[in-house]
Write a protein that binds this ligand. Structure first.
Ligand SMILES: [Zn+2]
Length: 415
């Protein structure tokens, strides 16, 4: 039987979820909250009637398994959780497209496909409450830093382990869920782009090459506080001047290497209108898909900071806040993703992902992985104005379903 996916049903379900879990400020499916649990209960109801097994793993991830003739599994992932006042598509588009694919494959193969198909709803992708994203997927991949996570508290002082206990998850055992990846042969994730690249190109869909590596640092310049009236310009040791010169410099570095660089915060001491700045601390976030280029960007920023400090007679010190290597997706699956997009809508673009996604964690665990992006209107997400054209939503579900078929074939050695 040749079943086809009902893309209009997926869009209708997205709207249904929106009306169930949003208010006038946007989506409110923050992980571990009552609204999130309601979204998950709704998801389970959507799966009723399918010949699937459903369980929650040790980290709170929700797995739906359609057993096939082979134990080798094709994984499709997403996240039902949102940021507070979030958009209606981020995370749940992936999950609901996965539900549509489960229905189509189950119908096509009479409930027993050649390979096992598993849909995973990752727990707390956004990290909105505890400030740490990719919780469920990093527990599963094994990269979760247990000491760091154990100490996390929300705004009300509630510890992450206590919040997890409330939903029946034992924090100390979360990494046991790594066993879920045992038979995983491929992982697919559909996502809204959350940026303006596809919009600017006028293309609905893109194949994602991987996720950016990130270098995140605090840079502190130290000079001397001095009276703003009595200190001649040539006698100043102005920490702000040196820091400010980093502004245009990081744009030059990003342009040269093709990555992105951001100075996201700047604080000064003493921070009063009548004093030359004694201490200026800026944060620098640099991202690139190519690890060597990322290293060059960081080196160039370090050299520039040293030069500006020397010229301004101030000192400079660096402190690494966070770092992650680039994660490259599987070349074979990227080609299949492109192929399916081309078959669905004619043209395709390859692009890296600036934001991190659960897919990066699965790829880090060694599972061949790829993501598909669909155009975001306004290039915006994590905001209630997040949106995608309805015809693009239908296209992405159709192309993603095509990718699932190609991936099943690829896993079985058919190509
Ligand atoms: Zn997301």
């Amino acid at each position: 039987m040749n079943a086809s996916i009902d893309v209009k049903r997926t869009v209708a379900e997205l709207k249904e979820l929106r009306s169930l879990t949003s208010d006038e400020n946007g989506a409110q499916r923050v992980a571990f909250t009552e609204t999130w649990l309601r979204a998950r209960a709704w998801l389970r109801a959507k799966l009723e009637g399918l010949p699937v097994e459903i369980h929650v793993d040790e980290a709170g991830n929700l797995w739906t398994t359609l057993r096939g003739r082979s134990e080798r599994a094709l994984l499709i992932g997403g996240h039902m959780d949102s940021v507070p006042n979030g958009g209606w598509l981020d995370g749940c588009l992936n999950v609901l497209a996965g539900v549509g694919i489960l229905r189509r494959i189950s119908a096509q193969f009479g409930g027993e496909p050649p390979v096992t198909i598993r849909l995973v709803d990752w727990a707390d992708e956004e990290g909105a409450r505890f400030g740490k994203s990719l919780f469920g997927s990093s527990a599963c991949s094994g990269t979760l830093d247990m000491d760091e996570a154990r100490a996390l508290r929300d705004r009300d002082g509630v510890r992450l382990p206590d919040a997890l206990k409330a939903i029946g998850v034992d924090f100390e055992g979360v990494k046991k869920c790594g066993k879920e990846l045992k038979n995983a042969a491929a992982y697919l994730e559909l996502h809204i782009e959350q940026g303006p690249v596809l919009l600017d190109l006028g293309l609905p869909l893109g194949a994602v090459l991987g996720t950016f590596g990130v270098e995140r640092h605090a840079i502190t310049f130290r000079g001397q506080a001095a009276h703003s009236g009595s200190t001649p310009m040539n006698r100043r040791r102005d920490a702000f001047l040196a820091a400010a010169r980093m502004g245009p410099e990081i744009y030059r570095i990003a342009e040269r290497e093709g990555g992105v660089c951001t100075i996201g915060s700047c604080t000064t001491k003493p921070g009063i209108v009548t004093s030359v700045v004694e201490e200026c601390r800026i944060t620098l976030d640099q991202r690139h898909l190519d690890g060597a280029a990322l290293a060059r960007m960081l080196l160039a920023a370090r050299e520039a900071a040293g030069r500006f400090a020397g010229e301004g007679n101030v000192s400079v010190s660096w402190e690494r806040i966070w770092q992650i290597d680039p994660v490259l997706f599987n070349a074979g699956l990227i080609s299949l993703c492109e192929e399916s997009i081309r078959e669905t809508c004619g043209s395709v673009h390859r692009l890296p992902s600036g934001p991190l996604h659960d897919a990066a964690e699965v790829a880090r665990a060694g599972v061949p992985t790829v993501m598909m992006f669909v155009q975001s209107l306004h290039g915006i997400s994590h905001n209630k104005i997040e949106d995608t054209r309805e015809e693009h939503l239908e296209l992405c579900v159709r192309a993603f379903d095509g990718l699932a078929t190609k991936a099943m074939d690829w896993m079985s050695g058919g190509r």
